[in-house]
Design a protein around this ligand. Sequence first.
Ligand SMILES: NC(=O)c1ccc[n+]([C@@H]2O[C@H](COP(=O)([O-])OP(=O)(O)OC[C@H]3O[C@@H](n4cnc5c(N)ncnc54)[C@H](OP(=O)(O)O)[C@@H]3O)[C@@H](O)[C@H]2O)c1
Length: 438
Amino acid sequence: MSDQQKTPSADQLKVGIAGLGTVGTGVIKIISQQADILRQRTGRDIVIKGVSARDPKKLRDVDLSAFEWFGDPMRLAREADIDIYVELMGGADGIALASVEGALKRGVDVVTANKALMAAHGTRLAQVAEENNAVLAYEAAIAGGIPIVKALREGLAGNGIDRIYGILNGTCNYILTTMEKTGRPFKDVLADAQDQGYAEADPSFDIGGIDAAHKLSVLAALAFGRAVDFDAVYVEGIERIGAEDIAYASEFGYRIKLIGAAKRTAHGIEQRVHPCLVPLDTPIASVDDVYNAVVVEGDAVGQATFEGRGAGEGPTASAVTADIADIARGLRLPTFSIPAAELAPAQASPMEHHEGAYYLRLNVLDKPGVMAAITIILAEAQVSIASIIQRGRSTEEAVPIVILTHETREAVMMAALDKIRAHEAVMEEPHVIRIETF
Ligand SMILES: NC(=O)c1ccc[n+]([C@@H]2O[C@H](COP(=O)([O-])OP(=O)(O)OC[C@H]3O[C@@H](n4cnc5c(N)ncnc54)[C@H](OP(=O)(O)O)[C@@H]3O)[C@@H](O)[C@H]2O)c1
């Protein structure tokens, strides 16, 4: 350590950063490029003291020469002379969890962008933070650059919140938007997204809805003052959405979006992430490409919509820096708005109780009586049909039937689908997409 590094100063906020990838290098750039603004706004010098990553020889597009290198993030978290430990490595467990816990246990504040960690261990880490009088901040973990944690915890503090929903994964939104613009199939667009860096080499967390579910479970905890309950989130990804579904949805006046939604119901808290048909005239329908949006329904404010870039170096580093700036100013708020000891587990409302309308696309043999048989199955289940499209004529190949239903219960719809699936003329697994009204 240099003499300057050892000199304590009340005006300095000493930061250690573990993880020097997309987000970590972005944070270093903002802290150095905006040093004057940050000093004016917080009254303190934000000084990076130590950094850690796996490979000390890797070429990174920031100058690390002024910072002490820690080969082991645990040492940075537990031993370095720092006020804030910034965890930007990722992963729900392992070194991310151990080092965050290590820092909190010695009373060092933590800033993280790690939604997997917060979804898996958020409630317990909030308790550890509180017991050690430390702050656990995670703005960057949800919807990247959109300051939604700050909005919920501070700006909307006077509201009871009954529903929160949004587009929480930029990769899925980019893929769905591009499929719509180009008419190309899911697999091709995913491959392009990977080439352009919008999707990870292993995209399963994004396209399977897991990433959005991580964020939703943390948002729900914050909005409803409950323990994080990731396991209660119903999750479906966008893998089965076809270009034809997007085209049919458009004919009916909808767009397809991967939506994460949480609300209070008579049965408990419903949390779900799945593709939805959203009406074209709702604000969320026009959120395109890598953009995210979060809509909060508060009893005093009504509907408040937040939109912005959900990922990438700049937006994510912007959120990390905002958390650092809050700590520099002395803002010390409970992780999930209320004391950690009061974060009780919530009753989870199972998906069978979900109520909504449905889009069905069936590939059926074009034989007399098939359409009638399907409509009878739906009628017997008390599912009423809002619209039907039937296209094509072919004696050998299957033809599509597309049906929009009126509102019904998920359990009723799934029972009807079992009968439809079993019908001899239904040639492939039905495509089912829920319709969301806001
Ligand atoms: N990228 C985004 O747009 C975005 C948006 C929101 C949230 N996040 C979250 O931010 C976090 C970081 O994401 P990222 O995109 O910046 O990841 P990344 O580019 O893959 O960088 C990860 C960094 O962590 C370091 N690292 C990994 N394991 C380590 C270990 N065991 N010991 C020391 N260092 C280790 C890596 O070191 P090497 O460089 O030496 O390999 C690398 O510098 C994740 O939690 C992610 O979910 C990212």
